[in-house]
Structures are given as structure tokens and as C-alpha cells.
Design a protein around this ligand. Structure first.
Ligand SMILES: NC(=O)c1ccc[n+]([C@@H]2O[C@H](COP(=O)([O-])OP(=O)(O)OC[C@H]3O[C@@H](n4cnc5c(N)ncnc54)[C@H](O)[C@@H]3O)[C@@H](O)[C@H]2O)c1
Ligand SMILES: [Zn+2]
Length: 402
């Protein structure tokens, strides 16, 4: 009998239903609001809860958070972590793991709560996915980017070896809680950063959202997405609700059928094709959403170069970015070698294909797999023109800011 005929094999097939919720709740830190206490699946759970706070959130809301839990008689231990991209590191993940050990977190009934921006959400998300091979956690995003983008994400990631999100996992927290009153203290630049992702969502699938940005984008930043004083004048809170709501709904709609990214043609990757390497090389100068907005413009230049969108649409896109205080270009986007290197890594990420989402109009995309070096060079030239006073398309004057 030869060895091959003695071979045995077993196959295991199972299913993993995934369900997670994003709940908008005004006044999360009001001690009468039970949302923060409720553990996934209902009830208040048992054991000490670890609450991880972003350092700015701790400064601004730490007292309110502590009062909330003590008034509700919940045993809590706290860990404060710094935000910002440089801190999306393995060391921070291990810091969370060590704290979970110290606190004695239960496997299911005392899920940690992370309150902060996308950075701490990613760090804690990865720690939770590794801890005992995966425990649930609750996510409370406090930046605009966190509320419209990270809030829907199933994945977490940290930067490693000079690459963004090189290490990560797909383990969505069962509950994400959103309260836009946190945005009242978010610095302007961070709000614009979040607008970068909303801008992307508008471009790929939501003309109405694009028009809302065109009309109210600047004012939303000015008012920090807050309601006017009672009886006062100003942009009604319903505009902020609609913009945040449409961005979340659009993201959820795109992610749900392809949560595990088995299909590598993802329209939500728009703005994320050339930018990851640029963003890493520019660190800490560029924020994620800023780099994403530039990539949206870069990709629109390729689309305009192919005649997929017309010059007027291109100018409208640039004007909306500028109106929201998002620069359409950066010198690194004019560096052909760097952009090609970034694309090469993106092709690896997309398993050998470019799968470049490309606008066919504002609010719709197709996918390209045959973008040439010459087109990239032309787009880099366009980005160079946008750095100066000229428009990005050859032979076009600066578009009026309409
Ligand atoms: N997991 C995902 O799928 C996913 C999706 C999108 C983005 N992300 C990640 O999110 C990160 C960016 O997130 P971010 O923009 O929130 O950055 P961030 O977490 O660094 O927060 C930005 C800054 O705002 C401060 N801050 C947070 N909340 C505040 C508040 N309410 N008031 C005042 N200051 C506050 C933070 O301390 C920080 O200095 C990136 O690393 C990105 O990769 C992940
Ligand atoms: Zn992004």
C-alpha cells in the first residue's frame, strides 16, 4: 500500500453569523441614559468594566465619564491612551492587553468600552480581537471620522513596518454608540478630516450628500455639527443628522454584502488607492481624511483624463473639497515614483489587481484595471497644477468656488 492511498481528510464547515449595531443616542454621558451600561445582548453584565479613554476625551469628558459610571454604581477601571496615527502601534495594543489582565475582564460579560477617535478604537479593537482569541467590546467614537466611518467598520488595524494597517483583524464590536455632542470639542482640522471620508462617500454613491456638502459643508464645520441654541438661529441639527446619517447608511450598505472583503472591488476604497503610502510618508503632516480627499481628487483627475467625468464635474469636486478646507493636492501626490509605489502596494492588497474605483459621474463609480503609468504621470501633473493657482485640468482656469 503506498502512502497516498492511506491519506485521510476531514473538513469542517460552519457558519459565522455576524450582527452588530450602531446606535445614535443623544446625551450618552447623562447618568439617566442606560446605553453605555448595556452590554451587547442586553443587561448590565458583571465584573469590572475597563473603560479606555482617548487622552483628549479624558481631559474634556473624563470627569463626566467617571460621574456617569459611579452614579450608576458600576465598577470601572480606566486606561488613557493617546490618539493620533503614530500611536496605532503594537505597543499600545499590548498595553491594553496588560490592562485587561490586570482588571480581570470576563470573557463575555464585562466588555471593555473604548471612547475616543479612530486610533484608540483601532488599538482597542485589535487588542479585543486577540485577547483570549476574541472578546466583545463597545465602541464610542468621538471624532467625526470615528462617527461616520470607524463606527461602521468591522475591522481594526495598527500600523507596522512603515505601512498603514499592516496588522489587523475583522472583529466588529457588537455595539457602537454615537453621540454627536462629542463633536462640539473636536478641533476644526479634525472635523475637516472627517469630512474627507464623507466627501468620499458622497462621490461614490450619494449625489444628495454631495449637494448637502456643497451647500452646508463649511457651516457644519463652523457649528461643529451642533444644534443652535434653543430659540436661536442657525443651521438646524437636522442637517447634521442627515449628513452623518447618510454617511453611515451608505457605508453600512456597501460593507454588509462584502464584510470579509472576499470581493476586492470595493467602491469604499475610493480615495484609498494611492493615499495610504502618501499618508505614511507624510506623517505626521497629513491626517487620514486629508490624504483621502486628495486621493479622491487624484482619482478624479484620472477619470477626467479618460473622459469618464467632464471638466465641470471635476471642478465642482475640487471646489467642494476646498470649501470644506480640504486641500486638493500635496507635493507627495506630484511624485510619480511614490504614487506608483503606493499603487504597487495597493495592487498587492487587491490580490494582484488594480480594481481602482473611478467616478463615472458624481455619485457613481466603475472599476478600472488598466490604468497606465502615463495616466498616473498626467494625474501627478494635474496635482502639481492644483498646488499652484491653476486648476488641475490642462487649459482650464481656476474654477470659481461655487
Ligand atoms: N477600523 C476601520 O475600518 C477604520 C475606518 C476608518 C478609519 N480608521 C482609522 O481611524 C484613524 C483616524 O481616526 P481619527 O481621525 O478619529 O483620529 P484620532 O483617533 O487620532 O483622533 C484625532 C484627535 O482628536 C482627539 N479627539 C478625539 N475625540 C475628541 C473630542 N471629542 N474632542 C476633542 N478632541 C478629540 C484625539 O485625541 C486626537 O488627537 C486612522 O488611523 C484610520 O486608519 C479605521
Ligand atoms: Zn479611510
Amino acid at each position: 500500500m503506498n502512502d497516498a492511498s492511506r491519506q485521510q481528510s476531514w473538513k469542517i464547515r460552519t457558519e459565522l453569523p455576524v450582527e452588530y449595531e450602531i446606535v445614535e443616542s443623544h446625551g450618552l454621558l447623562n447618568p439617566d441614559n442606560p446605553e453605555l451600561l448595556t452590554i451587547p445582548g442586553g443587561g448590565r453584565g458583571s465584573g469590572t468594566r475597563l473603560v479606555i479613554l482617548d487622552h483628549s476625551v479624558d481631559e474634556l469628558y473624563g470627569a463626566a465619564v467617571r460621574a456617569y459610571f459611579s452614579e450608576n454604581d458600576v465598577k470601572v477601571d480606566y486606561l488613557t491612551l493617546p490618539g493620533s496615527e503614530e500611536n496605532k502601534s503594537i505597543e499600545r495594543v499590548l498595553e491594553v492587553v496588560n490592562k485587561l489582565n490586570e482588571v480581570g475582564t470576563n470573557r463575555l460579560s464585562s466588555p471593555p468600552i473604548v471612547i475616543g477617535g479612530g486610533v484608540v478604537a483601532d488599538v482597542v479593537g485589535l487588542a479585543a480581537s486577540l485577547y483570549r482569541r476574541g472578546i466583545p467590546f463597545v465602541r464610542v467614537p468621538t471624532t467625526l471620522l470615528g462617527q461616520v466611518d470607524v463606527s461602521v467598520a468591522a475591522k481594526s488595524g495598527i500600523n507596522y513596518g512603515g505601512y498603514r494597517n499592516r496588522l489587523g483583524a475583522y472583529t466588529p464590536p457588537p455595539r457602537t454608540l454615537i453621540d454627536r455632542s462629542f463633536l462640539a470639542t473636536v478641533p476644526d482640522r479634525q472635523l475637516r478630516n472627517g469630512m474627507g471620508e464623507i466627501f468620499k462617500m458622497a462621490l461614490i454613491k450619494d449625489l444628495r450628500l454631495f449637494e448637502l456638502l456643497e451647500e452646508y459643508g463649511a457651516e457644519l464645520i463652523e457649528t461643529r455639527f451642533q444644534d443652535p441654541e434653543p430659540g436661536g438661529e442657525g443651521l438646524p441639527g437636522t442637517v447634521a443628522d442627515e449628513v452623518i446619517g447618510r454617511a453611515i447608511a451608505g457605508m453600512a450598505e456597501e460593507l454588509q454584502p462584502n464584510l470579509w472583503e472576499k470581493d476586492l472591488k470595493r467602491s469604499v476604497d475610493y480615495g484609498h488607492s494611492f493615499s495610504p503610502l502618501v499618508e505614511m510618508r507624510a506623517l505626521p503632516e497629513l491626517l487620514h481624511g486629508e490624504a483621502v480627499a486628495m486621493d479622491c481628487v487624484f482619482s478624479a483627475l484620472i477619470a477626467a483624463g479618460r473622459g469618464l467625468i467632464d471638466g465641470d464635474q471635476f471642478e465642482r469636486i475640487v471646489a467642494v473639497a476646498r470649501r470644506m478646507g480640504l486641500e486638493p493636492s500635496h507635493p507627495l501626490f506630484c511624485d510619480v515614483a511614490l504614487v506608483l509605489e503606493g499603487l504597487a502596494d495597493t495592487v498587492l492588497h487587491r490580490d494582484g489587481m488594480q480594481n481602482l474605483p473611478m467616478l463615472t459621474t458624481i455619485g457613481e463609480v466603475c472599476f478600472l484595471n488598466d490604468v497606465t503609468e502615463a495616466e498616473i504621470e498626467r494625474a501627478c501633473d494635474g496635482m502639481a497644477r492644483l498646488l499652484g493657482t491653476d486648476a488641475g485640468l490642462p487649459g482650464r482656469p481656476v474654477g470659481a468656488d461655487r
